[in-house]
Design a protein around this ligand. Sequence first.
Ligand code: K7E
Ligand code: CUA
Length: 728
Amino acid sequence: MILLSIRGITYAQQSFYDLEPDLDHPKKLPFMTGLIVWKASLFYICEVKIKPLHSFFFSIKFTFMKKSFLPILTLTGVFILFSLAGCKPKNAGDATGSDAASRVYVPPGKYDELYNFVSGGFSGQVSVYGIPSGRLLRVIPVFSVNPESGYGYSEETKPMLNTSHGEVPWGDQHHLELSQTNGEIDGRWLFANENNTPRVARIDLKTFRTAEIIEIPNSAGNHSSPFITENTEYVVAGTRFSVPMDYENGDVPIDSYKKDFKGTISFISVSPKDGEMKIAFQLLLPGMNFDLSHSGKGPSSGWFFFSTYNSEQAHTLLEVNASKRDKDYILAVNWKKAEEYFKAGKGKKVPVKYAHNTYSDTSHSATSSIETESTIIDAKDFPDIVYMIPCPKSPHGCDVDPSGQYIVGSGKLAALIPVFSFDKIQKAIAAKDFDGDYGGIPVIKYESALYGEVKKPGLGPLHTEFDGKGNAYTTFFISSEIVKWSLKDLKVIDRHATYYSPGHLMIPGGDTKKPYGKYLIAYNKITKDRYLPTGPELSQSAQLFDISGDKMKLLADYPSIGEPHYAQAVSAELISKNSTKIFKIEENKNPYVTLGEPKSKVVRNGNRVDVYMTMIRSHFSPDNIEGVKLGDDVYFHLTNLEQDWDVPHGFAVKGANTAELLVMPGETQTLKWTPQIAGIYPIYCTDFCSALHQEMQGYVRVSAKGSNIPISFSLGKNSEAADSLLKK
Ligand code: K7E
Ligand code: CUA
């Protein structure tokens, strides 16, 4: 036993040196060794229920249990690596090449080469960076209200956050995908998913605004989303959580999982003309967790690939119970076939409820409607739509190379990377080279689909992108590094430490037919000592690498907003040339628009007061309002009359319990305000718009409930009473 433990330590140390030659380990090693011997013997003797020192450790143990000394070797290896992953590399501070600064330096007044769109995770937003500078250009509110612009607070944008559960003001945003034509980024739209209350958004890249949000019925934890087909025909959305379907009784015992819980993959069609989304059909699948996906391309266009885990169908303590089987599955979905069945009316129409919200750039308003029907195609009834491919150890990432031939699965608990071949998958299907079925879905034999395995690449592979030069780059969460390997012979070519524990990585166009293999960005989960401490919470970080040569070179790191998961990047030119600068005032179709100062007015209707107000440098019209009474709801309809780029005006009124609003040139936005106390309320512009911005202000008088002060409004005029006072 001791011998085995020692072998375990040696093995682990060796792999550790292989992986991280620079790490400053000696201080930790004696302590670690003791711990490992202790743990190894404990495992060997007991072989059952031991309080885990670390939950990850525990799950691995469980999986490998009862396989002689293999567990000890693996465990000690993982443990050493995991424990040391937090060690600070000797040269962490100067890990960049001497020319790094010049590679990321964008001189003042010059533009970045690329736009980088980065998911905001639990912030529910999307941020936009310039690459290579790493400068933050904008935060786009998508699934979360935004105090900067008033998104989700203005009457016009509130409907964007409507769902079948009512208004959901914050979301969890993980993945982004730029629209494509022929497998290349076309610069029209950016799609974003929301995990928690399943939704998919489309962002218009002319305005950098959320144009549409569609909710996904029969779904929970919309994680394998919003990946798209080669020509943006469909955006897919797969359930992370299996649940009872919306059209069935969901009030069932949780332990009826195996019987009542199902997974779905939704195909959302995208109109090629204006991008409008529609849920076309939903594939019904056995209950388990669907994780990530990517569409096929080239030879595999017409197919979609999804990683799944929890084929154990566990509903409690998944870290153990969903890690028991040696392999879970990658799903190969023939979506062209499924579409054929759908168009032939083979699906089953079911009653559901989901919101569909769209924003118009002419009415400057969103509308939300509730849809009530969806079409379900039960995969097990159509034997030629879905196939399952065994994939080692709880796969997470599922990535397709630029040629469309290779599908890479990344088992979070695996010590290798399996690469599947599309040709072999097709041959196996034709030859019915199956190994039984899973929930009625044929399972292709692992070897029959496998192109090969990348051996000993690192620990905890998560996501892979491609450089278009025959190389793949995979993030390793546990061993905290990016590993470059060759698609041709599956040999590891290079590895570089990340600081620390990367999740996704991104190469511009790295999941398309035409990657731009100059840069790679790792999005790291743990920041630790990289920046000045900011209390218990540190921002997550992005790290930019130069991958134009044989060896990866770290160029820069910079903080990110929320938690970055997936990201996309594209040549700036493709997007900047179409960027909207103003909204034309003559095209403003908002029902509450005020087309010119003379048209501004205040109108009472019962206890509703509508203020038609204009904004221009540097005043509001009107700027004095009287006659508002307690019990009134006041709607400030603000039209920015400017027709110049980059001249927004803001609006705030004392006591308003929503945000202030920022109104773009030519746009109309409405703030609802319900004053609570009689008195005088200042209003002012919140965006420094001109030299006399501080003068852009006014007053609203609020009177008691039964008062008989009539509505009046003015700009630049004193009342007779005021004038006579002035004369005295
Ligand atoms: Cu790996 Cu939600 Cu794409 Cu994050 S997920 S890392
Ligand atoms: Cu308008 Cu400041």
